[in-house]
Design a protein around this ligand. Structure first.
Ligand code: ADP
Length: 270
């Protein structure tokens, strides 16, 4: 009987210890969740605050390059173009950070509307032309079908993806050209960026679209990279019920990044 009593007491103690451990664990977990939310809120707030002045800089510098405030000599124009490109990189970084914090906090909302994706592609090429020029790269647009249908998308989010992909092609290409193409079949519109750049090692392929993931040695080629662009792009294309992928014959053989978006599917705004 004594032994049974001892055993029972032991189990009661063990249960209460487990309960306490569980309770502590729950509290610690809740605290971590709160901290994570504070971090996401901070990134979101800081990014929002940065967006407005960066957009103002973009507008004014672009007007200066276009001669709206009088003529500048070639040297000044070339400096202004560099300011424009550097500012574009910052805008894209802020945009990616904002989208990551939206994804993580479950606040990624969409404004789907019928859109001409070709206009978005042309605008993006226009905005990145100075960055390509700086590296002596040819940035070419190819429309592979006569008609590119209107599709139901969130224009801002798809522009973010397109800029990420063209920006990468510029970053990871030292010479040659970058071809941006659009084509369509009955079901999808397909966008591709092909470059004659560094290419992708076979081993790097599976992790490209993961958060913070960068190919081996890429931090030497582009010191400011974050490894967020492709992660954000994949999440945004997934939300549009599309597909995104990379192709490369290996290191030194250039690469292509493509995505498709469905033509007929209407996705509800949320
Ligand atoms: P980041 O460019 O900041 O590193 P991304 O998420 O945009 O982040 O890209 C992740 C990785 O994918 C890059 O570090 C690079 O290794 C690889 N990558 C992306 N685009 C290209 C490209 N056009 N050519 C070669 N590698 C690329």
């Amino acid at each position: 009987m004594g032994i049974l009593k001892n055993l029972l007491n032991h189990n009661i103690n063990k249960d209460s210890v487990n309960e306490k451990e569980l309770d502590d664990f729950k509290k610690a977990n809740e605290k971590l969740r709160q901290l994570d939310k504070t971090k996401s809120d901070f990134i979101s707030l800081a990014s929002h605050q940065l967006r407005t002045p960066l957009t103002a800089i973009k507008g004014y510098v672009s007007m200066m390059v276009d001669g709206d405030f009088g003529e500048f000599n070639n040297q000044a124009i070339s400096v202004l173009k560099r300011v424009y490109s550097a500012n574009e990189k910052l805008i894209q970084l802020v945009e990616n950070l904002l989208n990551v914090s939206r994804i993580e906090s479950g606040r990624l909302y969409f404004n789907f509307q019928d859109s001409k994706i070709e206009e978005i592609v042309k605008n993006a090429i226009n905005e990145l032309s100075h960055s390509a020029e700086e590296k002596n790269l040819r940035l070419i647009y190819k429309k592979l079908n006569k008609i590119i249908p209107i599709i139901n998308i969130d224009e801002e989010k798809i522009k973010n993806v397109i800029i990420n992909l063209i920006n990468n092609a510029i970053k990871y290409t030292t010479r040659g050209s970058i071809i941006v193409s659009l084509k369509a079949n009955k079901e999808n519109v397909e966008f591709c960026v092909s470059d004659s750049g560094l290419g992708i090692r076979h081993e790097d392929m599976p992790k490209l679209f993961k958060k913070f993931s960068r190919g081996l040695g890429m931090s030497l080629v582009d010191t400011e990279g974050t490894g967020l662009g492709l992660y954000v792009s994949r999440m945004l294309i997934k939300s549009h019920k599309g597909k995104i992928w990379a192709e490369s014959k290996g290191s030194g053989h250039g690469s292509s990044f493509c995505f498709t978006l469905p033509i007929k599917k209407k996705i509800k705004n949320k």
